[in-house]
Design a protein around this ligand. Structure first.
Ligand SMILES: [Cu+2]
Length: 102
């Protein structure tokens, strides 16, 4: 477990290094999305982040699914972007990071 933690810290520390990018897909639960007009607002806030490759927003599910390069950005940046746009969010699901059963 200690090793995994160190690896995560090392990954975060290397955000400015553009080598061997790992593409991740995460789903954020997004607050304040009440109508279809909110979709482009949320989408734009996420698309502007360096390293974000694809954004899919669902007003029905109140989620934003984001494909990003984890060498360029991270979940905290994604959350900050939607929050600054007026749509607070949090990590709902991380598709590419799988947890092992104990
Ligand atoms: Cu709206």
């Amino acid at each position: 477990m200690k090793f995994i933690k160190a690896a995560v810290i090392a990954t975060l520390a290397a955000t400015s290094v553009p080598a061997l990018a790992a593409v991740r897909t995460v789903t954020l639960a997004v607050d304040n999305m009440t109508c279809v007009t909110c979709v482009p607002m949320v989408k734009k806030s996420l698309s502007q982040i360096r390293g974000v490759k694809r954004v899919a927003v669902s007003v029905e599910a109140k989620t934003a699914t984001v494909v990003y390069d984890d060498k360029a950005t991270n979940v905290a940046e994604l959350v900050k972007a939607t929050t600054n746009a007026g749509y607070p969010s949090r990590l709902k699901r991380s598709a590419s990071q799988q947890r092992r059963a104990r």
